[in-house]
Design a protein. Structure first.
Length: 392
């Protein structure tokens, strides 16, 4: 069964943080809420129950505050300790150096989207969930979406939806995506868990570079969110260990800086890669993970997506009557920030994907970390980019 439902000016495919932030910012920019539609495959309850840990930069916190979604349950990062395992060189980046309350925050995915969903419910933005957008057809004067939903009787209902502009904001993970213009398999796997130490340092994050990839510990609630990037074959071995054996391996990789590991949650893993393509047609554009999926080093994925949302909201509000001009302006304004952020994370990831421990590149990394601690302007430049992205 196919039916035609009410159209909108802007249809957003994906109600994750980037998609919902875009909808809220569009309303603030003067686009009527009733002319904005969001589509997502999950129910609101399913999204709110997602316990994944997300790193938010201070700049992203400002965007969420502007969108009316802050405060939310989050742990502040007041300093970041960056080091090279087993080698000379480290640097410490502190919020106090920038007169900021925090460099960033760590929050659960569900806690980020929950206030967004509450704010959107107050605006009157059209929300269609759970459903799947199965086709997007672009015409000269509109875009037609085919949307499939399930009914209580188990049968499926197919709808067609018309919009002036469609925003792809649902990207998925690297392993689920088709190949884009910039694509690289890092031959690394991220192991994710929540861990606790008996001598934790409050509000301090750690980014420790090992011979296989970065090991990040981000302060969260009573412990730390772990992101441990290792080679795929090593990941299989680590995932097969019992808790005591895994705790011993992680302790050896990180060291004794925060005492002994006392607790580790259930572990999950996923492959890492770069998949990026900044593209827009006359009426369809991609943002967030739908435009760029990054390595988690430096935690820039969602932050880059939220900056996409902020700029796209401004461009569409200025020139919605001329969507192609608005989308091309969006690509121009985002080009430098996207390129620099993708280049930075890709370079750091490739050092470990291709350079064995003891190599010249690895040694140079250790020296570079030491140099950053001594040469404050360079450290500030990198920190500013991590905080806010490129600002012309």
């Amino acid at each position: 069964m196919t039916t035609i439902i009410n159209d909108a000016d802007i249809a957003i495919c994906g109600a994750g943080p980037a998609g919902q932030a875009l909808a809220l910012l569009l309303v603030q920019q003067g686009i009527p809420a009733a002319r904005i539609a969001l589509f997502d495959g999950k129910t609101a309850t399913e999204a709110e129950q997602d316990a994944r840990s997300i790193a938010l930069s201070y700049g992203s916190q400002q965007i969420l505050q502007q969108a009316g979604c802050w405060p939310l349950p989050a742990t502040a990062i007041q300093d970041i300790h960056v080091s090279r395992r087993g080698h000379f060189g480290r640097t410490l980046i502190q919020a106090a150096d920038y007169q900021l309350p925090a460099l960033g925050y760590v929050a659960r995915y569900g806690d980020i989207v929950a206030p967004m969903q509450t704010a959107l419910a107050r605006t009157g933005v059209q929300m269609h969930r759970p459903c799947q957008v199965t086709a997007i057809e672009e015409f000269n004067d509109h875009v037609r979406l085919t949307v499939q939903t399930g009914t209580k009787t188990g049968t499926e209902l197919q709808r067609q939806f018309s919009a002036q502009v469609v925003v792809q904001a649902e990207g998925g993970t690297f392993s689920d995506q088709s190949q884009r213009q910039q694509s690289r398999d890092y031959q690394q796997t991220a192991i994710i868990a929540h861990v606790c130490f008996d001598e934790a340092i409050a509000h301090r994050a750690f980014e420790r570079f090992t011979e296989e990839g970065p090991l990040a510990l981000l302060p969260q609630e009573d412990g730390y969110a772990l992101v441990w990037c290792v080679r795929p074959e090593h990941a299989v071995q680590l995932m097969a260990l019992d808790e005591a054996a895994f705790r011993q391996r992680l302790q050896s990789a990180f060291g004794q800086r925060m005492g002994q590991l006392t607790r580790i949650s259930k572990r999950v893993s996923y492959p890492l890669g770069l998949n990026a393509q900044a593209q827009a047609s006359a009426r369809v554009v991609s943002i967030g993970n739908a435009a760029q999926t990054l390595h988690p080093v430096a935690g820039q994925g969602l932050n880059l997506g939220l900056r996409d949302s902020m700029v796209l909201a401004k461009c569409l509000s200025r020139e919605l009557a001329m969507p192609e001009a608005a989308l091309q302006q969006f690509l121009r304004e985002r080009q430098t920030d996207r390129s620099l952020t993708i280049g930075l994370t890709d370079t750091l990831a490739r050092i470990f994907a291709s350079s064995p421990d003891g190599s010249f590149k690895q040694s140079l990394l250790g020296l570079s970390l030491g140099g950053l601690d001594l040469f404050r302007p360079a450290r500030h430049l990198i920190a500013e980019h991590m905080l806010y992205g490129w600002r012309a």
